[in-house]
Structures are given as structure tokens and as C-alpha cells.
Design a protein around this ligand. Structure first.
Ligand code: VAH
Length: 310
């Protein structure tokens, strides 16, 4: 069976539904620190679980005979700047828990998400390479860089089958995002439909790597199903789909909502966004496990507006 830690978060919610559809509802155990949406709670097994509690996770793993764990619990970039020590504790100790369960052979396979936040202010910003200078300047980015080092160490030293991708900013409509710097790219669609306008907390011209959630979920399942001999990267794979600025999203929305207006009021998240790349070279993912994105900004805007309208 499969266990998802952080199943009620922005990615976790959609990942749980996708995995249950693919592998059967009873074979996918959702867990989180608090209960989630009705769809999660009523479509298969759920456990209240603190991802930093090793014994609690071990109990669930033994009880449900879990073979694979998707660790989606984390504190994201903006929130982590407000609570650095809590972010480090959650982001790192949850990872140590699952890596050690695998080292003890209690589970066979792990998915752990990294992020473009591993890159820092002096990382090349265009077509950021898989291997490059990385001096992350956020608590979240530091935890992801350190997490990548630990994943590679446990794979090389103990043969742990841990797989990871560096997610860009993710855009979804089924759940709200949780405290990230790229959350503007989700909020803008909600506000466009509600009040025909949006005040963006990032300034015009802030171009960031982004991805529609359906692509991110497909990438996650795809790397977990990939032939392990093909995986040359055991830190975390660069993953890309599109890059855009707030004004580009606004223009795309305007094509469907003529009177939509965007304004800008940058806050502390501008400094975080400025430390990240503008575009990502994901050729390693394309070569090693056949990655190919499907959603561009046009299709993303259409999906967001048509699904949020209902
Ligand atoms: C965040 N959505 O903003 C996350 C992600 C690349 C962005 O890590 O923190």
C-alpha cells in the first residue's frame, strides 16, 4: 500500500485522488496533521499523523503494510521565513523519518519533493542547469538543499530508493496553496472571477518557473514508476513546464475576462522571488524518465477559469 504524509496540502490533495484512482482507494492511506476535504476523508483510509513523529508513522506503516511513502508535508517559503526553526524541524525531521524507515527496510520506496527554491541569488537565472551553483537564501530553500544531499547520501550509502523532483510554482484549482511565494499565480484566478481585479504581491516583470498541477501529479507518478536503472540523479531532478510574469497571467485572463485589471503591491515575498531562477533546464528529466509537460499558460488559464467558475 501507499502512504501520503501531508495529504491535505495543495499537492497532497490532488496526489491522493490521483493515486487512489490509479491504484485503488483502499490501497492509498492519506494522512495529515489535521483532517482534510470531504473528498480525501471519504474516498479511502485516513490517519491523523504528525510527520515528525517516527513511531506514529512506523505504526501506520506496519498496520497498513505500506510499501511506498510520498512525503508531501512541509512548511513553504513564505511561512518558513516567519517560523524558521519550526520549518527546519518539520521539513528535515519528516524526511529523516521516512529515509530511516527505508534504511530499516520497513518501506521500499520514497517520493520527496524538492523545489526551485534550492537555487539562490547567484545561480544562473535562465535555463538553470541540473548541476549548478546553489546558495539558497531562504529557510525553505536551505531545507530543500540539505534534504537533497541527505536523499543522495541515503541512496548511495544504504541503497534507499528515494526519488525527487524540484517542483516549480504549482497552479491548481482544487485546493488553495499553503504559504508559498508563487501563490499569487493561484490567487489571481480566484480574484479575477470574484472581483475582476487582483493586487499582486510580486512586482511586474517577476518571471518564475511555473507548472499546472495536472503536469506536476503526472511527473510525480511517472518518476515513481520509472526504471530505477535509468535514474542518474538521486538528489532531485529539475522539472519544468513554463515560465511567466504576473502581467503575462493578467493578459491571458483578460482574453476571457475583458474588464480584469491587475495592480502591484510587492511585499516581503519579492525578495524571495528575486532569489529564484526565471527558467529551468529539465533535460535530465526528459532524458532519464521521458518527462514532457502538457500545459502552457493558455491551457492553464482556461482550466483555472472554467473549473473555478462552477
Ligand atoms: C513556494 N510553491 O512558493 C512553493 C514552491 C517554487 C515555489 O516551492 O514556496
Amino acid at each position: 500500500s501507499i502512504l501520503i504524509l501531508g495529504a491535505c496540502g495543495q499537492i497532497g490533495t490532488e496526489l491522493t485522488m490521483a493515486l487512489r484512482a490509479k491504484y485503488g482507494q483502499e490501497n492509498v492511506v492519506a494522512s495529515d496533521i489535521r483532517e482534510g476535504s470531504d473528498t480525501i476523508m471519504q474516498s479511502g483510509p485516513f490517519e491523523l499523523l504528525d510527520a515528525t513523529n517516527y513511531e506514529a508513522i512506523e505504526d501506520v506503516v506496519m498496520h497498513y503494510e505500506i510499501e511506498e511513502v510520498y512525503l508531501m508535508a512541509a512548511m513553504l517559503s513564505a511561512t518558513a521565513e516567519k517560523f524558521p526553526m519550526r520549518a527546519w524541524d518539520l521539513n528535515m525531521n519528516s524526511l529523516f523519518n521516512v529515509l530511516n524507515l527505508a534504511k530499516e527496510k520497513k518501506i521500499d520506496k520514497i517520493f520527496w519533493p524538492s523545489s526551485i527554491a534550492v537555487f539562490g541569488p547567484n545561480t544562473p537565472k535562465e535555463n538553470t542547469p541540473q548541476h549548478t551553483l546553489m546558495e539558497p537564501s531562504t529557510v525553505y530553500g536551505i531545507s530543500k538543499q540539505s534534504g537533497e544531499r541527505w536523499c543522495e547520501y541515503y541512496h548511495n550509502k544504504f541503497g534507499v530508493d528515494v526519488r525527487s523532483v524540484r517542483y516549480p510554482g504549482l497552479i491548481s484549482w482544487k485546493t488553495l496553496p499553503g504559504g508559498g511565494t508563487t501563490d499569487y499565480a493561484v490567487e489571481i484566478f480566484h480574484e479575477a472571477l470574484k472581483v475582476n481585479s487582483y493586487t499582486c504581491f510580486l512586482q511586474e516583470g517577476t518571471r518564475l518557473p511555473m507548472m499546472f498541477m495536472d503536469d506536476a501529479i503526472r511527473a510525480t507518478i511517472s518518476i515513481m514508476e520509472a526504471n530505477p536503472e535509468k535514474l542518474t540523479i538521486r538528489s532531485s531532478y529539475n522539472l519544468a513546464a513554463m515560465s511567466f510574469t504576473p502581467e503575462a497571467v493578467a493578459a491571458s485572463i483578460k482574453e476571457q475576462i475583458k474588464e480584469f485589471e491587475i495592480s502591484y503591491s510587492p511585499d516581503f515575498r519579492q525578495q524571495i522571488a528575486d532569489s529564484w531562477p526565471s527558467s529551468i533546464d529539465d533535460s535530465s528529466s526528459r532524458e532519464d524518465w521521458g518527462w514532457q509537460h502538457e500545459f502552457d499558460l493558455e491551457r492553464t488559464t482556461h482550466e483555472m477559469l472554467s473549473n473555478l467558475k462552477n
